[in-house]
Ligand binder design. Structure first.
Ligand SMILES: Cc1ncc(C[n+]2csc(CCOP(=O)(O)OP(=O)(O)O)c2C)c(N)n1
Ligand SMILES: [Mg+2]
Length: 562
């Protein structure tokens, strides 16, 4: 029985809709099987040359669809190029099924071409690792009594581990497939094993009906902090805030930002000295994983508030080590027991409104086009938005208070600047009919410009990639990198002077440069295909702007704190 066909057939039975393939010789049996599944409409196949981009494309597809996605590569360094995506999938709980083709055991450790030790290559970053043995020339060996059962149940176990069906701990898995020549099936080879009748998995793995632990309404002075979270968890957190009248501090990719309880300009407000003392919560309820702002993380380190964590998975976040209670997930808020916001909650909202008004009145010394103004315009038109690490996600956080109707995604697992173009393409491909936008920094764009290399036969989403180009890493100007100005530029900011128009031209990606807000607005009008909107900004005034913003917010909020 042809093993690659079994693997792909079983993956489709397990609910995999999308797969990504990077080309090679050793993995050609898998390529053939994936192409067959694509032709028959069971799987949508995406081929990419660069494995690092391929891996992040799969991450984006899985993020956008909520389903497991396979990524398949050949042996050798190809496998290592998937490592960044595996790390991101591990830290953000994304069901990524990595299929690595390998040399058979007799060709390992003997200097054979394109051979590395691929066993447990990704170490602790995968939820499960399996190697299929006894594969002889792309065919499962005669020594295996029930090849169908062996291969299919192996795939089912891996998909269950990736989806976290039984563990509530989704993440990446690796299936290493040693394949011996001949790699292409002989004409007289028996067809793919038939599997269970009715197209169901060999072993259907179902979750128990474990309900999330009950959540006590607890102290009235409960502040809800929502970090990066799966959309359903974020939505539930927001429902709790609204039912219980709790002020809500939600990161852009939390799925919870918006509605009457969302504290405007929350991360700026939390940076105001004395605000937590004046509006002290008795309990801070953390949902998902907050990573974005120092002011929020400082709150979670305070020993004088009770920190309670509701995590998306058993890997609960608590970098301040202050959590006094942890549980997975959230039950729905109790029906018919809604509470109006208390006077204390109203003070949080009023302070946020004052801070937001002050924020909006501060002009930028860098002129009209800034990360903040671009974030505001992009959020106004996007149905789906992928934001890059570094300043874009933070500009969105500080600038846009209400993200109702915008599904925001960000690689917050490890917050890399790698793979973001491909993640955005994957999210756009998975979410389809909603206007998809991405906002990324210039270095982030350059890091994954290979994401724009999409072959003519590949599915193409409608995606508008907005590059906020400050010619280097702007974020470092706002951090305390204690280097002299000259060294700062070369060692930290790393300006590059790359001509983005030429770069886009190489992949024939439509490109528009914008210099004004009105130019940006017209460039953001919905259009088909993948395109780049280039927004050059400066970074001279970033630190100065930040300081002015913080002082303006502090000045506006202080009178409300006494
Ligand atoms: C893969 C990876 N390498 C390095 C970093 C460290 N890093 C964080 S932000 C940043 C600069 C990003 O620059 P850009 O994308 O232009 O965004 P800006 O800061 O200008 O908004 C770097 C290098 C990282 N997060 N990920
Ligand atoms: Mg930059």
């Amino acid at each position: 029985v042809i093993v690659a066909g079994l693997v792909v057939d079983e993956l489709a039975r397990c609910g995999m809709h999308d797969a990504v393939l990077a080309p090679g010789s050793r993995n050609s049996p898998l390529a053939v099987a994936l192409a067959q599944a694509d032709r028959s409409g069971r799987v949508r196949l995406h081929v990419r040359v660069d494995e690092r981009s391929a891996g992040f494309l799969a991450v984006g597809l899985a993020k956008g669809s909520g389903r497991p996605v396979a990524v398949c590569c050949t042996s050798g360094t190809a496998t290592a190029n998937l490592h960044p995506a595996v790390l991101e999938a591990s830290e953000s709980g994304i069901p990524l099924v990595v299929l690595t083709a390998d040399r058979p055991p007799e060709l390992r450790g003997v200097g054979a071409n394109q051979t590395v030790d691929q066993a447990r290559l990704y170490g602790p970053a995968v939820r499960a690792y399996t190697e299929l043995g006894d594969v002889i020339g792309n065919v499962i060996g005669g020594g295996v009594p029930a090849p169908d059962a062996y291969v299919r149940s192996t795939v089912d176990r891996l998909v269950a581990a990736a989806a976290g069906t039984l563990t509530a701990d989704p993440g990446p898995v690796q299936l290493n497939l040693p394949l011996r020549e001949p790699l292409m099936p002989a004409p007289d080879q028996p067809p793919v094993g038939t599997g269970r009748p009715g197209g169901v998995p060999w072993t259907a793995v179902t979750a128990g009906s474990a309900e999330a632990a009950p959540l006590a309404r607890g102290p009235e002075r409960t502040l809800l902090v929502v970090g990066d979270a799966p959309p359903a968890l974020g939505a539930r957190a927001r429902a709790w805030a609204e039912a219980a009248g709790w002020p809500l501090v939600a990161e852009p990719s939390s799925g919870a930002r918006g509605g009457p309880m969302a504290v405007p300009a929350a991360s700026l407000l939390l940076g105001v000295p004395g605000v937590v003392e004046a509006l002290r919560p008795e309990r801070v309820l953390v949902v998902g994983r907050p990573t974005l702002t120092r002011s929020v993380l400082a709150l979670l380190r305070r020993p004088d508030v009770d920190v309670e964590v509701r995590s998306a998975s058993p890997r609960w976040p608590d970098p301040g080590r202050q959590a006094c209670l942890v549980a997975i997930g959230l039950p729905p808020p109790p029906l018919g027991d809604e509470r109006a916001p208390s006077a204390w909650a109203k003070r949080w909202l009023a302070a946020g409104r004052a801070g937001a008004a002050a924020r909006d009145a501060v002009p930028s010394a860098d002129g009209p086009l800034t990360g903040a103004s671009v974030a505001r315009e992009v959020a106004a038109v996007a149905g789906v938005l992928v934001v890059g690490s570094s300043l874009p996600v933070r500009d969105l956080d500080t600038t846009v208070d209400d993200l109702d109707g915008v599904a925001v995604f960000a690689n917050r697992g490890v917050a890399g600047i790698d793979g973001t173009v491909s993640t955005a393409l994957g999210v756009a491909l998975a979410t389809g009919d909603r206007a998809a936008y991405a906002m990324v920094g210039d270095l982030t764009f350059l890091h994954d410009s290979n994401g724009l290399v999409v072959g003519p036969a590949e599915p193409r989403p409608a995606l508008c990639l907005v590059v906020v180009d400050n010619n280097g890493g702007g974020i470092f100007a706002t951090l305390e990198q204690g280097l002299s100005t000259t060294d700062f530029e070369r060692l930290v900011a790393t300006p590059h002077g790359v001509d983005l128009e030429t770069l886009c031209g190489a992949s024939r990606t439509p490109y528009t440069k914008v210099e004004t807000i009105s130019g940006l607005r017209s460039a953001l009008a919905p259009a088909a295909g993948i395109r780049v909107v280039h927004a050059p900004v400066t970074r001279h005034a970033l630190a100065e702007d930040r300081t002015r913003l913080e002082s303006a917010v502090t000045e506006a909020v202080r009178p409300l704190l006494s």
